[in-house]
Design a protein around this ligand. Structure first.
Ligand SMILES: [Zn+2]
Length: 392
């Protein structure tokens, strides 16, 4: 089938059938266990260990092919977008209506083992770190935490030909061109000199393939993560061990704070990685990896430009960042004053212009950095420049 026709089929399947039981930012074991239980009759689901607080960690095995791929998601508990995409992938692989030829090829070519939530304690508490406050992605050498040891043992057992290290990134990342970094990739360095080893080349080729696919959907919004070497990061350690490894960073798509659009894009990236979108026909040159724009820290959630604020002699901009708060099993967003000053070098996912008027932050002329903000209005005309109830 032509790539174009396959993509059309995949997209129309996705719109109607994605795993809608999983939605929003808060995904923990309670959400995925029913889905894993219902999949047990069709795929191998295993309990591969426990977290520091005794919650189970699961793996899912798809396919019986010679190329072994190992993926893990929610190593950082509050990074759930790739978990949602993994369950979309699982659902697609188990359906019997469309793309049966491609799915059969995938199941015959690959053995894909994935850990949907590596850090279930962090997922439950909606924290990056595990229950002991340890960042598991800095624990690759020490292996001081149960979760780190579960992953390390799984890597030894599976002996993967590829590792997929699945994460979310914050809304602060963009490209030099001023596009948000909606999806970023990294082929982690294998040494401090960042030599392009044969394992890295393979990872880079795959990243270029996925980037070329996503570029059609989100032009300019695929970026490349910083590749400075840190042996304590799991991806770097895998790379050093000669395993081609790809870091996925699911980022911000305009207006999509629930990360449902990004989840769909990650799903397409997975299908491209596994050759389902094109039957592995699209070849890629690893050197193109270096043409992918680098991730820059140049985005704010909201910028109110061109206002006067007491305590600042010049006309300034006010930046607001949304802070994710777990409340009654859902993530809500608090608006926090991030920066007041010259923000000409920064882009914003949403912005407004105060026309040099005096701004009232929370009905006062002054508000400090780090304060929670409800509204910004102009003093004279009472125009609303920002309202925290609108999550743009
Ligand atoms: Zn992460």
């Amino acid at each position: 089938m032509f790539t174009f026709v396959i993509m059309m089929k995949i997209q129309s399947w996705y719109q109607a059938h994605f795993r809608s039981e999983l939605s929003g930012r808060y995904i923990c074991n309670d959400h995925i266990i029913p889905l894993l239980d219902s999949a047990r009759d069709f795929v191998r689901v295993e309990d591969i260990g426990s977290s520091e607080n005794g919650l189970p960690i699961h793996s899912v095995k798809l396919g019986t092919g010679p190329t072994k791929v190992l993926g893990w998601s929610q190593m950082h508990g509050n990074e759930s977008t790739t978990t949602k995409a993994l369950f979309d992938l699982l659902k697609m692989m188990l359906q019997k209506e469309v793309l049966q030829e491609e799915i059969k090829a995938f199941l015959g070519n690959y053995t894909f083992v994935f850990v949907p939530i590596l850090n279930p304690d962090g997922a439950l508490a909606y924290t990056r770190e595990n229950a002991n406050g340890i960042d598991l992605n800095r624990d690759a050498m020490a292996l001081s935490q149960l979760e780190s040891r579960v992953l390390s043992e799984l890597i030894d057992e599976v002996q993967p030909d590829f590792c997929l290290n699945l994460h979310d990134q914050r809304t602060i990342y963009g490209t030099e061109e001023g596009k948000p970094a909606t999806v970023s990739f990294l082929a982690p360095a294998a040494d401090p000199d960042r030599n392009v080893t044969s394992a890295r080349k393979l990872a880079m080729e795959q990243i270029v393939r996925m980037r070329n696919r996503l570029e059609l959907l989100i032009p300019g919004q695929v970026a490349r993560y910083d590749d400075s070497f840190n042996i304590n990061c799991v991806g770097d350690r895998c790379s050093k061990a000669g395993i081609p490894t790809i870091l996925f960073e699911a980022g911000h798509f305009p207006g999509d704070y629930e990360r449902e659009n990004t989840r769909e894009l990650i799903f397409y990236a997975f299908l491209t990685f596994f050759g389902i979108t094109d039957g592995h026909q699209a070849v890629a040159e690893y050197k193109e990896y270096f043409l992918i724009p680098e991730n820059r820290v140049n985005y704010k959630d909201v910028i109110i430009r061109n206002v006067r604020v007491e305590g600042y002699p010049e006309v300034v901009s006010v930046a607001i960042q949304y802070k994710e708060i777990l409340l009654n099993g859902k993530i809500s967003f608090e608006s926090i004053v991030d920066t007041i000053g010259d923000l000409d070098d920064c882009f914003a996912h949403n912005e407004n212009d105060g026309n040099k008027g005096i701004a009232l932050l929370n009905y006062q002329e002054k508000a400090g950095i780090g304060e929670k903000i409800l509204t910004i209005i102009t003093k004279n005309s009472q125009n609303t420049l920002f309202d925290s109830r609108d999550l743009w």
